[in-house]
Design a protein around this ligand. Structure first.
Ligand code: PRX
Length: 655
């Protein structure tokens, strides 16, 4: 890898931005030479690097072995004991950060709350006591379905404190998705709210839980936060208000120590099949990874005001709202609502009002802001910002440049962070005081992360050749398994190349060793940075009585990155009406959630299939993207279906 200054270099997509001198002077890693020295060392002896980082945490009992690795199952800091919640809350509340703001919360209607570390400690202890009083014990699964309010973080931390395993379900998911996750995780307790505010309206949450609980009967206790005051049904014996459950209990709670490998949470994510996977993360390793990346990638310091705009329902919210930033003792903003309420100036106003210095958001949001107009950020004072981050999907260079100029004022480095639910923490990203930035490139692997791009034969691809992104060595925050299905864990991530983790993403490395992530190689869509399986949407569609068959693909979309396009074959005798089209789109939203609602729905009398009956999604993708087919169609079973579909979407005749 090259260490020569990049000031005169041009990347394939334009200018290379060097870290500003003032930033580098103060940064923990202030030059590329320093990065490369530490990186080399960390790859030669990853366990030494990670053991050093793990010592930043508070352990009740030291570990005896840093790593036990029986591919693909890892155990980190074996024999060590800690309490994750104590690391995120108590150790700050008991020290000089006691009166430091942990969470600066803003509700969508404009209501505000500040929780210092001392206050957060009391709230978390109260809720831990409430959970225990409700019979929740270490190892029990607790499903959390909440709006973006401090209580969502409090509930997660309280679970961690008592050793219960949380399973946060994004508030945009529907009742069926909740029921599936309850069933798969075997949850006995649900924490939810009456509703949350979104775009000026109350989005009710409790009714979806009620509906899910009609299907799944094993939940003994539902704790409900009153956020919006919308009417909800409270079922006697089963349902309790949060304020009642916490009123009678103490604000003190003694935290027990748990094994480093004690399960911390499971989080469901989409894969290539219809059934989301419960990705399981454990304690010591996960916290080490999220803490270390907050330190080096976000360069978080006591004086920073950090804001990650993700929802706690996704991995970004787990790792970079709750665990990483709190473990490092940061002050952070948490915002409940939509970026465009009351208008597209909201985020910039929040940055100005709270003096945000480190801001982490998604490319899809940036593209929506570009479309809304430069005058929104221009109207706010954004001079408090010093570092920007991007996550969730590839950031196109145009969006990168706009973000750099209009939000960062040309002075803030941008860390484009590549990682996944399964990796737990950031894996590939610039180190802001060191890395020359190329718009659209996630740059280099984090310390201890041995990333590579391989071809189908398992050889490392030469510069600029696209291949599969793999990780060759275990890392502490890696997923330990898929809940209840270790065989699927092995098959999905560890079978393309023996002993190596396959991310499912395509990537290329340039001659400097910088990674550019191309996107998913499997049947997973990335809609506004959210992962959705095509198979999940297809099975929702075929569950509708009018539908015989469905094929779902992602088509490029200027704002969302990808939009959902569904091709649907109806059962014989069912009329193709626009009312039915609407009903099917609504049906998908009702089964999975509004994020999965198809943007395009095309009635297809037949779907293109191979002679062995496999749907050729590749052709549908090409058809909806370009309006015609130029690729190989020799394996197609019935050529006429393509012509029919082309006519329906108004495309060009196939040559
Ligand atoms: O395709 C990659 C994309 O998001 C996928 C992971 O999705 P999820 O588990 O929901 O986690 C999202 C937040 C970490 C990856 O397989 N992805 C994530 N970050 C980037 C990205 N693609 C390109 N560049 C990124 N920075």
């Amino acid at each position: 890898m090259s260490t020569k200054p990049a000031s005169s270099r041009k990347s394939s997509v334009g200018k290379v931005h060097l870290p500003p001198k003032a930033f580098a002077a103060k940064a923990r890693i202030g030059s590329m030479a320093a990065y490369e020295r530490l990186y080399r060392e960390s790859i030669k002896r990853p366990t030494d690097f990670w053991a050093r980082e793990a010592k930043d945490l508070q352990w009740r009992k030291p570990w005896t072995k840093t790593l036990v690795w029986k591919a693909p199952f890892a155990k980190w800091f074996v024999g060590g004991k800690l309490n994750v919640c104590e690391n995120c809350v108590d150790r700050h509340a008991e020290g000089p950060r006691r009166n430091k703001a942990a969470i600066l919360w803003e509700g969508e209607p404009g209501d505000r709350r500040t929780l210092t570390y001392g206050q957060l400690h009391r709230e978390v202890c109260r809720f831990a006591n409430a959970l225990e009083a409700a019979g929740v014990r270490s190892g029990d699964r607790v499903l959390i379905y909440m709006p973006m309010v401090p209580e969502a973080a409090i509930a997660m931390l309280a679970c961690a404190r008592i050793g219960a395993v949380h399973n946060v379900v994004f508030g945009g998911f529907a009742a069926d998705a909740i029921a599936d996750r309850l069933e798969d995780s075997g949850a006995t307790t649900v924490v939810t709210a009456d509703g949350g505010w979104r775009r000026g309206k109350v989005v009710a949450l409790k009714p979806a839980v009620d509906e899910a609980l009609r299907r799944y009967k094993h939940v003994k206790r539902v704790i409900v936060l009153r956020r919006c005051g919308n009417p909800v049904d409270m079922r006697a014996k089963r349902d309790t208000w949060w304020h009642d459950a916490t009123a009678a209990v103490s604000a003190r709670h003694t935290a027990r120590a748990f094994d480093s490998e004690h399960p911390l949470f499971m989080l469901y994510t989409s894969g290539s099949t219809g059934k989301p996977k419960g990705i399981l993360h454990t304690s010591g390793g996960y916290l080490t990874g999220t803490h270390a990346t907050c330190k080096y990638v976000f360069d978080l310091r006591d004086e920073d005001v950090y804001w990650c705009t993700a929802d706690v329902g996704w991995i970004t919210g787990h790792s970079y709202i709750v665990y990483g930033p709190l473990a490092i003792g940061a002050t952070q903003v948490m915002y409940e609502g939509a970026p465009n309420f009351p208008d597209f100036g909201r985020f910039w106003k929040i940055i100005e009002d709270h003096g945000v210095s480190v801001f982490y958001t998604a490319p899809t949001a940036i593209r929506a802001f570009i479309r809304a107009g430069d005058h929104f950020p221009a109207a706010a004072d954004l001079s408090s910002l010093r570092l920007l981050g991007s996550v969730g999907e590839p950031i196109n260079p145009e969006a990168w440049n706009w973000y750099h100029r209009h939000i960062g004022g040309g002075r803030c480095p941008i860390v484009d962070t590549w990682w996944q639910t399964e990796t737990g923490a950031v894996m590939i990203a610039p180190i802001p005081g060191a890395t020359p930035l190329k718009p659209g490139s996630a740059a280099r692997p984090f310390f201890g992360i041995d990333a590579a791009v391989l071809d189908d034969a398992g050889r490392e691809c030469p510069p600029d050749q696209e291949g599969r992104l793999v990780i060759r060595k275990p890392w502490p925050s890696m997923a330990r398994t898929i809940h209840g299905d270790p065989a699927r864990f092995k098959k999905t991530y560890w079978s393309d190349y023996p002993g190596l983790y396959t991310a499912g993403d395509g990537a290329r490395r340039d001659k400097d060793g910088d990674f550019r992530i191309i996107g998913r190689l499997d049947d997973v869509l990335n809609v506004s940075g959210h992962r959705l399986g095509t198979a999940e949407i297809e099975s929702a569609l075929v569950a509708h009585p009018a539908v015989a068959e469905a094929a779902v693909i992602g088509r490029p979309d200027d704002i969302k990155g990808q939009a959902v396009a569904a091709f649907v074959t109806l059962k014989t005798g069912v009329g193709e009406t626009s009312a039915l089209k609407e009903e099917l789109r609504r049906h998908v939203a009702g089964v999975i959630g509004a994020i999965a609602r198809p943007d395009d729905l095309v009635f297809a009398p037949g779907l293109p299939k191979t002679r062995s009956g496999k749907i050729m999604r590749r052709l549908l993708k090409e058809l909806i993207t370009t309006g015609s087919i130029s690729g190989n169609i020799t394996t197609l079973e019935d050529f006429t279906v393509i012509d029919t579909l082309r006519e329906r979407i108004g495309g060009e005749p196939t040559p």
